[in-house]
Design a protein. Structure first.
Length: 342
């Protein structure tokens, strides 16, 4: 016997690395040292920092991958993978520097996984970070044919004096929401259950989706907020806190950026719930509490900013083609959200 007979093709793995080499190199920043293929990736710290703090985050894509694999469309989930990590790192005020991925599959299918890596490279370029390296694991018998899983992590940097950890947040700051691009990468176990048990297929085109299929709607990649948010800080706009609205929705994530003795009063009528969430709630008979605790409900990211700068900040994000609106205010409390419709 040999390794190939056991289901692992080492030569195919080498060929895959060569095939993605240009994709990876296209994301490199000037601080990258060396190239693809070493045991580790090397990155020189950017200059100009007095007390640099490294900020790290890790995540995956979850069962959204099941939809990509069912539709044999793999060009967007890599963007999701990067987005889930870099948006988390950004909440500390950090600039993402580099990203690494872990890709595991039952059998290495070069064209399929090249699409995945192309998405990862696209996400890295959207975030301005380098795809510094990664790992591809061929695991026959662990994953079925055509299946793969993704995980990744990001490292960013921020000046210690500018690190956002809740201490800058003040009572009276307003909560400024940045619109999501859809469901992003959370709640897909419920999405898949609704689609399956209500008799839909991913190719169906409900009227509410304006000609798009259910699969296309739910494979819309996660919005990456890095460059517009960093540009706002560089332009001198004050941002006292930030929250990435992921699993657990607004109730779980928004309080994480507050300081001691603070809460947020939310106006649930201050934004329109996108049609995809209305469809899920209606078709799946999902109550409001479960919706808000599972999905982002149209809000992918929240900034806490001084009230007097709110309109200027809204104008900045609109100039970056991101819809922004005031959804609430920081008040005295114990980390709760007040005013949600349940």
């Amino acid at each position: 016997m040999d390794y190939r007979e056991a289901g692992v093709d080492v030569e195919a793995g080498r060929a895959f690395v060569n095939q993605i080499r240009n994709l990876v190199h296209s994301t490199f920043r000037t601080e990258v040292i060396g190239g693809l293929g070493g045991f580790s990736g090397c990155f020189e710290l950017p200059s100009g920092y007095q007390q640099p703090v490294l900020v790290s985050g890790t995540d995956g894509v979850g069962t959204k991958l099941k939809i990509a694999q069912a539709l044999n469309r793999h060009d967007t989930v890599g963007i999701d993978l990067v987005a889930m990590c870099v948006n988390d790192v950004l909440t500390s005020g950090a600039e993402p520097l580099f990203f690494l991925d872990y890709l595991a599959t039952g059998k290495l299918e070069k064209e399929q996984l090249t699409q995945v890596v192309a998405g990862i490279a696209s996400g890295c370029k959207q975030a301005g970070c380098a795809l510094l390296g990664g790992e591809t694991a061929e695991m026959p018998g662990f994953y079925s044919a055509g299946e793969y899983d993704l995980a990744g992590f990001c490292v960013g940097i921020v000046e210690k004096s500018l690190l956002l950890d809740g201490t800058f947040v003040q009572q009276g700051d307003v909560a400024l929401a940045l619109s999501s691009s859809g469901v992003h990468s959370n709640g897909f176990s419920l999405v898949r259950k609704i689609v399956s048990e209500r008799g839909f297929s991913w190719s169906d085109k409900p009227e509410v989706f304006n000609g798009q299929t259910i699969g296309e709607i739910f494979l819309t990649p996660t919005q990456i907020y890095v460059k517009p948010v960093l540009a706002a800080r560089q332009a001198g706009l004050e941002i006292h806190g930030m929250a990435h609205i992921t699993g657990g929705g607004l109730p779980e994530n928004l309080p994480r950026c507050l300081g001691q003795g603070q809460a947020i009063a939310i106006d649930p009528n201050s934004w329109s719930i996108p049609s995809v969430f209305q469809w899920l709630a209606s078709v799946g008979d999902v109550d409001p509490q479960a919706m808000y605790n599972t999905f982002n409900m149209g809000i992918g990211y929240v900034l806490l900013v001084p009230a007097h700068q709110a309109q200027h900040t809204i104008s900045h994000f609109e100039s970056q083609n991101i819809t922004a609106y005031i959804i609430g205010e920081v008040i005295t409390g114990t980390g709760e959200l007040v005013g949600l419709p349940f």
